[in-house]
Structures are given as structure tokens and as C-alpha cells.
Ligand binder design. Structure first.
Ligand code: GLN
Length: 487
């Protein structure tokens, strides 16, 4: 049954002509038809276009001109620009906006022969941790449809966990790939800042945003990361580096590998069940020869506070372009200023408006030094603290999310609790480090994620370690929606 195959194995079946790209696309369109009314993963699916793309990529498969995942369809978070396909960032202000160009990652996926299945639901402008700030719909978790898939890339995570897409892309500013991956029991990878082009990604906080893959296995995530990464002259922050090289993915051994365990991320902020799963995994890895070093990184405790100054500050500036003139659905108010006010008041949801106000305040005269400047100093300290530890170990290991999937609506009245869910993921964004979430068992019947974070440009090593860890740990089951598929 096609949805049960990993992307790598689908690609092999396609290359060996055991199945066609059209059959794969039809199988996934069928899953979307059957399940998306319950899961709410997709904001847009153009079935005719998916079929046409599948037909066209068959040629690439036949001529062997595609990438390693040629013929494997992919779902994209709705803040990634797709030429001719509506891109809304799950915001009313962008309803009806059809980009005139493709993001660089989309161009690369197309060149690699990967049909685009559709656009996935998210928190509005990627601001959130539960996909509940979407202006359009709720997304549910394939493990329990009363629960949130996490966020902000909740639709991308749930589509992979539910078998509605073999792989997908999300964006991660403070954890929006890794946290939903953890809550949905799939793999989510945030590459080094600058390793994947942001050209065509609708900007939230430009110094933190990074595009990355969701997949059901580390190998699939690595193959997808290799497909989309590498220098892009269209993005001024793109690193002058080659694409991520996954040729050594399976060659790592765990013997003698050293992981740092930051005590701050194994403390009171973390649910007991999550800690137990992590400690059990640590024991199993120790038996494989891994050496663990308990360390202290005191600054990471300030990560959330610092992030919620820097990210809104950048957002307030980035979102100025949605004024009804340059971008955004115009709501007439009379004069130019009134148009601007009405357009933004009507088009942006509450969370986005709150962040714009916080960011504008933090950047305003008299407050800049006290808030923004200070936050950037703490950010540097945090990066240096992590880098100092990384001199002595291969990577940092910690939980991805302090808890398992929570009920939809449960945390809506408690914005602080929602924001604290980012405590383990924010350090990687602050330092620009690559980090991955890998499933490591269940707590209360729901998936737990283990995070591995490495130094800048250590994407290959992080993926290699994650692969070895995934092989060493007992396999976490797939979501009930996938387990239920007849093999
Ligand atoms: N949860 C964080 C926020 O609300 C991170 C979001 C993200 O990574 N896009 O901003």
C-alpha cells in the first residue's frame, strides 16, 4: 500500500518502474479525499495540477534526470510561494493572493521531479505553536483528533503523520518544524540558518526563519534536505555552501559519540512522561557506546523571553508591506491612512496584531536599548554558551517539546504556557544551529520527540547522528491513521 512506504522506498519503486508517478499521486489524492475533512491539513489542493505534474515527472524518472525523490509528491506550508497557486500564510489579508513566482525551494523541488500536492494549514504568518491562529480552519493531530498537531507548521506535520503526504516542507523560526514533528510522531529538521534559501518564503523574523523537511524517517528528511539546500544568489543571507551531502548518512557509528545534556532542558519545565522517555532513550544509547555529559547552559532559560522580543521586532518590520497597496486585500476606509488602518485591522488576526504591537514597542525610541539591544546581547551569549559546549561534544541532546500533544483549545487562554512550549527549540534558531526532532516512543499513548542540535554547518553530522539514533531506538509506531492502512 503506497502511503505506508517511506519516500526513499517509493523513489526506488518508481525508479524500478514497479509503480508510476501517476499511481503515487492518485494514492495520495485518495488519502486527502478520505481523511482531510477530519484532519484539516490542506488549505489548497489542485487535483488536476497534481495529476498533470505526475505525468510530466514520469519523463524525468524514465530519463533519470530527476533528483533522489523523483516522483514522490510533497506538501508545502502555505507561507512558501508557489507560482499560480494561492499562498495565504493562513491569513485573511492574503486571501486570494497568487504569487507570480516560485520560491527557490519550489523551483528545486520541481527540477528534482517532485509533484506539489498542495498547501498546508499553519498558524497565521507562522505565529503560534498549535496551528490554532489560522484564520481559516483547525488542523487536528492524526494520533487523536481532539488534540493539536502543534505548530506553526501543523498542517505539514499532520499530513505526513496521517499519510496524506509522504514528505512536506515547513518553516522554523522558533521551533515550528521540530515541535509539530514531535507532537505528531514524525521527523522534522531545521537546517543551519542560510543553508536553505529563504527566497519566496514569506518573512516572519528574517534572522531566525529557515525552511526544512518533515518526513517519516531520518533518511527521507535527509534526502529532501539535500534536494532543497545549497547557495542561492537570490537570498542575501544564503551561505556560500554546497547542498547538504547525504552520501555518508548511514556510515556513522554511535560508539564513542559524545552528547551534551543541558540540565536546564531536563528540569521542571519538562513533563515527567517526556523526561522518562528521554532518560530511557539515553540508557539505550549508552548501551551502544554513547557518552553523555550533563552540562549547564544557563542562558537557554532566557531563550523564550529573548525570542519574544527579537521575533516580534522583526515581524513588525516585515509585516509593514501588508498595507493593501503593495500586498494584502484592501479594505477601503476613505483616505490613504484610513485604508491602511482598516486593511490591517480587518486582515490580521489577534495574535499577529499583538506581535506587531510588541515589536513596534520594543523598537521604538527610548525602548530600543532596554529591549531589542539587550535581547540581541542575550542571543549572542546563548550562542557562545552552546558553541563552547560543542567544542567538547558531537551534539546537544534534549527533548524537542516539553510536553506531548495537548487538546485543541486547552492552551488558548494561557498564552504564556503556549510560548513556554518553545523552550527547547528556540536555542537552535538563536544560534542558527541545525537541529532535528526524531520520535523516541510514547507517553500517555502520544509521541515524544528527541532533539539533536549540532554546530553551524554540521547538518551532515546531525543527520548522521539522528539516523544512527533512529536505528538504535525501538521503532515508534506510526499514527493510528497509518497503522490502520492494510499492507
Ligand atoms: N511558536 C513560536 C512562535 O509562536 C515559533 C513559531 C515558528 O517557529 N514559526 O513564534
Amino acid at each position: 500500500m503506497i502511503p505506508l512506504e517511506s519516500a526513499a522506498s517509493l523513489a526506488r519503486l518508481l525508479a524500478d518502474r514497479k509503480i508510476s508517478a501517476a499511481e503515487v499521486a492518485d494514492a495520495y489524492l485518495g488519502r486527502i479525499n478520505e481523511l482531510d475533512s477530519k484532519l484539516g491539513c490542506f488549505l489548497a489542493v489542485d487535483a488536476d495540477s497534481v495529476k498533470a505534474q505526475a505525468k510530466a515527472v514520469q519523463e524525468k524518472i524514465d530519463n533519470k534526470t530527476g533528483g533522489p525523490l523523483a516522483g514522490v509528491p510533497i506538501a508545502l506550508k502555505d507561507n512558501i510561494s508557489t507560482q499560480g497557486l494561492e499562498t495565504t500564510c493562513a491569513s485573511k489579508i492574503l486571501k486570494g493572493y497568487v504569487p507570480p513566482y516560485d520560491a527557490t525551494v519550489v523551483e528545486r523541488l520541481k527540477a528534482a521531479g517532485m509533484p506539489i500536492l498542495g498547501k498546508t494549514n499553519m498558524d497565521e504568518f507562522a505565529m503560534g505553536t498549535s496551528t490554532e491562529t489560522s484564520a481559516f480552519q483547525k488542523t487536528t493531530n492524526p494520533w487523536d483528533t481532539e488534540r493539536s498537531p502543534g505548530g506553526s507548521s501543523g498542517g505539514s506535520a499532520a499530513s505526513v503523520a496521517g499519510g496524506l503526504a509522504p514528505v512536506s516542507l515547513g518553516s522554523d523560526t522558533g521551533g515550528s518544524i521540530r515541535q509539530p514533528a514531535s507532537l505528531c510522531g514524525v521527523v522534522g529538521f531545521k537546517p543551519t540558518y542560510g543553508r536553505v534559501s529563504r527566497y519566496g518564503l514569506v518573512a516572519f523574523a528574517s534572522s531566525l526563519d529557515q525552511i526544512g523537511p518533515f518526513a517519516r524517517t531520518v533518511e527521507d528528511a535527509a534526502l529532501l534536505a539535500a534536494t532543497i539546500s545549497g547557495h542561492d544568489p537570490m537570498d542575501g543571507t544564503s551561505l556560500p555552501s554546497k547542498a547538504i551531502d547525504v552520501s555518508g548518512l548511514k556510515q556513522g557509528s554511535l560508539k564513542g559519540v559524545k552528547f551534551a545534556l543541558p540540565t536546564e532542558l531536563f528540569g521542571d519545565a519538562i513533563e515527567d512522561g517526556v523526561k522518562e522517555q528521554l532518560e530511557a532513550s539515553i540508557k539505550l544509547l549508552e548501551a551502544e557506546g554513547v557518552i553523555f555529559k550533563r552540562v549547564s547552559m544557563p542562558s537557554v532559560l532566557y531563550g523564550v523571553t529573548t525570542y519574544y522580543i527579537i521575533a516580534p521586532a522583526e515581524a513588525s518590520s516585515n509585516l509593514a508591506r501588508f498595507d493593501g497597496v503593495r500586498y494584502g486585500a484592501l479594505v477601503e476606509g476613505g483616505g490613504h491612512i484610513e485604508n491602511f488602518e482598516k486593511t490591517r485591522a480587518h486582515g490580521f488576526g489577534r495574535e499577529v496584531r499583538t506581535r506587531i504591537m510588541i515589536g513596534t514597542y520594543a523598537l521604538s525610541a527610548g525602548y530600543y536599548d532596554a529591549y531589542y539591544l539587550r535581547a540581541t546581547q542575550v542571543r549572542t551569549k546563548m550562542r557562545m554558551e552552546v558553541e563552547a559546549e560543542l567544542k567538547d561534544v558531537d551534539a546537544v541532546l534534549c527533548p524537542t517539546s516539553p510536553g506531548v500533544a495537548f487538546k485543541i483549545g486547552e492552551l488558548l487562554g494561557d498564552p504564556l504556557a503556549l510560548k513556554m512550549l518553545d523552550i527547547c527549540t528556540i536555542p537552535a534558531n538563536m544560534g542558527g544551529f541545525p537541529a532535528i526532532s526524531v520520535p523516541c516512543g510514547l507517553s500517555q499513548g502520544l509521541p515524544v520527540g528527541l532533539q539533536i542540535m549540532g554546530g553551524t554547518m554540521a547538518d551532515e553530522r546531525v543527520l548522521q547522528l539522528a539516523y544512527a539514533v533512529e536505528q538504535a531506538l525501538p521503532k515508534t509506531p506510526a499514527s493510528p491513521l497509518l497503522e490502520g492502512v492494510a499492507g
